[in-house]
Design a protein. Structure first.
Length: 284
């Protein structure tokens, strides 16, 4: 080789990178037969073991813990709500067919009462429009309306068909809200006048628990609680005996309930007429 060619080959070797030695093949040298460059497992653990170690025990941050607590509270609240709805519907779901029929009949009766009231008002309107002596007819209707309002306000006595409800409470478990439920159920069934142990019940009546007894509009009453109710007995009694209603609730509290129908109930407890402090008739 000439000097010129030797000089050129020497220059190429300087410019080319160093040769990389060939990788070992299995059995070429010490080791377990793995290829050079393959990374051994850290601390002698396999990939699955390192994955499990990274997942358990869990490492929660403060933010993650707060979110978990909030989600738990939300789930608990939803569960309580669902359970409450299930309890309220359970009485009707477990009711017998005859009980459901009776409830439907009661709803039909309420609808009929409202329809009768509508027809009565329309009749009064027609009488006023067609009467030859409209002033006299208006006076009669005004007196009748005054009598009706007096019964509702408790300022006049009333009598008529109805029921007598007696609640015995030897265990002292009957509370004011239970008696209030009975009053509201009777009103919804069409009760026109109610008195409890000699206290007239009106629109503004309130009940409260007082020293292991109950007070009605500030008047303390004791068991047995006796309701005298004027209305249609065929509507009033079933309203108290519906599944999950007043009678079943009181009997669960070990109270006794008796209901007696009568063709004549007298409600004679009166309330003083109160003059409003500020309201005046717009016709004055």
């Amino acid at each position: 080789m000439s000097d010129h060619e030797e000089h050129h080959a020497h220059r190429l070797r300087k410019e080319l990178p160093a040769e990389v030695p060939p990788s070992r093949t299995a059995g070429d040298g010490p080791g377990d037969g793995t290829r050079e460059g393959a990374r051994p497992e850290r601390n002698g653990l396999t990939g699955r073991q390192r994955l499990l170690k990274g997942l358990w025990p869990p490492r929660l941050t403060r933010a993650q813990l707060i979110v978990a607590l909030l989600l738990f509270g939300l789930g608990f609240g939803l569960a309580v709500q669902v359970a409450s709805n299930s309890d309220s519907d359970g009485a009707l779901r477990g009711a017998r067919q005859e009980d459901l029929v009776r409830i439907l009949d009661e709803l039909d009766d309420r609808t009929q009462r409202l329809e009768d009231e509508k027809q009565g008002l329309e009749k009064q309107r027609d009488e006023l429009e067609n009467s030859s002596d409209q002033a006299e007819e208006a006076r009669k209707q005004t007196l009748e309306k005054e009598r009706q309002l007096g019964i509702l306000a408790g300022t006049v006595a009333a009598q008529g068909p109805g029921i007598t409800v007696t609640i015995g409470d030897t265990k002292g478990t009957v509370e004011a809200d239970m008696l209030l439920d009975a009053i509201q159920e009777l009103r919804a069934a069409g009760a026109e006048a109610i008195q409890v142990n000699g206290v007239r019940v009106v629109a503004g009546t309130y009940l409260a628990d007082t020293d292991k007894s109950v007070s009605v509009d500030g008047n303390k009453i004791n068991a047995p609680y006796r309701f005298q109710v004027i209305g249609k007995p065929q509507d009033l009694e079933p309203a108290l005996n519906i599944p999950g209603g007043v009678v079943q609730t009181l009997e669960k509290e070990q109270a006794t309930v008796t209901v007696e129908r009568s063709s004549k109930i007298v409600v004679d407890a009166l309330r003083a007429a109160e003059r409003p402090d500020y309201a005046r008739s717009s016709s004055q």
